[in-house]
Ligand binder design. Sequence first.
Ligand code: NAD
Length: 472
Amino acid sequence: MGSKQASFFESVQQNFDKAAALTNLPKGLLAQIRACNSVYQMRFPVKIGNRYEVIEAYRVQHSHHRAPTKGGIRYSSMVNQDEVMALASLMTYKCAIVDVPFGGAKGGVKVSPRAYNAEQLERITRRYTVELIRKNFIGPSVDVPAPDYGTGAREMAWILDTYMTFKGSEIDAAGCVTGKPVNQNGIRGRTEATGRGVFYAIREFFNYKEDVKALGLEPGLEGKTMVIQGLGNVGSYTGLISSKEGGVKVIAVSEIEGTIVDESGIDIEKLIKYRKSKGSIIGFPGTKALDKRDDWVKIDCDILVPAALESQLRKDNAKGVKAKVIAEAANGPITAAAEEILLKKGIVIIPDMYCNAGGVTVSYFEWLKNLSHMRFGRMEKRFNQNNRTMLLDKIENMTGKSVSKRDREMIARGADEVDLVRSGLEETMVNSYQQIREIYKRRKSVKDMRTAAFLCALEKVANDYMTLGVFP
Ligand code: NAD
């Protein structure tokens, strides 16, 4: 008889304990950080066609060491309390790692979005929001949801509108949720943010010569092969940006309907369009489908990107992994038991709580924009543009040489909102990688990047608790 597989939450707790054992923090403080502070489990009726369905849903606030709490809302038939608690915990550590001043939270509604039409999903979303308002589990200074698996800008717009109906007189009401459409108080660059952040995370790893050489690879991303599981929000932008800006070759993609392979590289932009029109990735020109969908884990590649759901790499399939690096775009795609096997094989794991933190980073920018009631770049764009134009004119006058029209446009251009968002995201992902790597390299007892990331988070969260005077 095999031992029982740890649940997602247990897996997160095991990883926490592994890192906590390496700190000198007081036991009581560690226990407080580890625990989920508030778990709201709800059930509410929604009229679907001519009958009522009782919907099961959750909102978990893991840590209140900073306010508001923050985390996405997941729509999936697999949602359960253990999963939402695990995801809320990860949010606390994630926010700490990327210096986003929020506590961690997560929401889940146990529905398969595919089983409902848009009108029914709107009814479910609005009713869920009302439940959150009634229990004070939503608000710009309380708890701020965002998109996650099965939700996107459309759902966030419904949440905003419902919140405004009840609390429209609050001056900062627009900051009650992030990931909103740009024309409804959203921010440019949020939709792609998680995938773009995953790209920066991978790029950072491949920038460190000694770390990359240790895997028998050459530094730099150009020409590296990638396999992606899940062509949703995170997976598709990771693939698109890694190939366009990093020169990565995506050789396989796995989705619900199967896994397709093309060693010469798959055009992700065309594949996304193909799936939209055909409803499947199978049959995409130039690719062949694997007999078994789940064999994507066994494909020989440089970078494996699980971007679907948790527990995809488990004790039973971890041995077959041939990748050199796994970038955890999804939350919790590797179980604690699988991680042991993968680390023994010498595989580098870029951990979820850092790797996919781009989403919450840009959500933070969106929240700041909502509180400031002004688009980023509005004040300084023209000033910078005029200044640089003047400087270019002076240089031309002094040297007697002229700058080409294209160069002039590039140099003089003032930053727009999307430029600033991307710059802030890149800065954050690069900085946080360096912090984690520093711990990984400096502390001999730290054997993997996840433990280093946990230590990085633990130090910051513990510090906040101490500043609050909770644990003097
Ligand atoms: P999504 O719903 O947009 O996409 C997920 C995709 O995975 C879907 O296309 C789905 O069909 C596919 N999928 C599901 N099960 C699969 C399987 N067994 N094999 C292959 N494909 C499968 O969700 P998303 O927002 O891209 O989230 C994906 C993961 O990233 C989740 O773990 C989520 O928590 C995490 N994440 C998302 C964000 C965000 O900003 N959206 C931020 C951080 C982390």
